[in-house]
Design a protein around this ligand. Structure first.
Ligand code: COA
Length: 187
């Protein structure tokens, strides 16, 4: 990607607009703060216990953007009379030219959950992913979550990621079975 990718999800009658842009160094303090949430820590693979770890993670995202195989976006709520506020993360990963599938992932800050943010951000990411990588052969997006992550399952279904298969547990990283959901590009 030559220029930074900026994506938007319009305001709804009940929620401010969302801005999706690549993570950058000025996000580190807010990122570490959001990662204090035990629910997020339960599902997340990355650790973010302090600003050094936060900086390392942001630098890794920047390297992946440059390499063109993983595209993580900070999701910011942008109300007209307030500073943009970090509310989540969405990521397109496992991307390679000529490969028909890639994977999506997401989380929302604890204080921002239950307001449709993950669903709107995933919808925006999905549309961008198919548009940006169709010419490289992207045909379907996969979404994986542990069987007991009902909120994530709901976000997947609301976005047209249909349940495809139950995947066996792979401890210690994945102690329980998982669900694989798939969304195909529109014909
Ligand atoms: C999963 C997660 C991203 C959802 O974020 P969110 O911004 O609250 O999502 P949304 O508001 O768009 O939608 C959540 C949906 O799940 C539903 N939901 C929430 N908790 C639920 C539960 N325990 N059981 C069933 N449904 C649940 C909500 O009612 C909502 O559905 P609705 O719109 O039909 O009412 C968020 O909970 C999170 O960050 N969890 C920790 C990290 C994580 O699990 N990431 C995904 C890993 S695969």
């Amino acid at each position: 990607m030559d220029a930074p990718v900026i994506l938007r999800s319009a305001a709804t009658p009940t929620a401010p607009a969302l801005l999706l842009r690549p993570w950058c160094a000025r996000d580190v303090a807010a990122l570490v703060e959001v990662y204090r949430d035990p629910v997020l820590r339960r599902w997340a693979i990355s650790r973010m216990d302090n600003e050094d770890e936060g900086r390392r993670w942001v630098r890794a995202q920047e390297r992946s953007w440059a390499a063109g195989d993983r595209f993580a976006f900070a999701v910011l709520e942008t109300a007209p009379d307030a500073s943009p506020r970090l509310v989540g993360n969405v990521v397109l990963k496992e991307v390679a030219s000529g490969k028909p599938s890639a994977e999506v992932g997401y989380w929302t800050a604890a204080r921002a959950r239950g307001r449709g943010i993950a669903s709107r951000a995933l919808s925006t990411l999905t549309a961008w992913s198919f548009e940006a990588f169709r010419a490289e052969g992207l045909e379907c997006l996969e979404l994986l979550h542990q069987v007991d992550n009902s909120a994530s399952c709901r976000v997947a279904e609301k976005n047209g990621y249909r349940f495809d298969a139950t995947l066996p547990a792979a401890p210690p990283t994945y102690p329980l079975d998982g669900h694989l959901h798939i969304r195909r590009a529109a014909a």
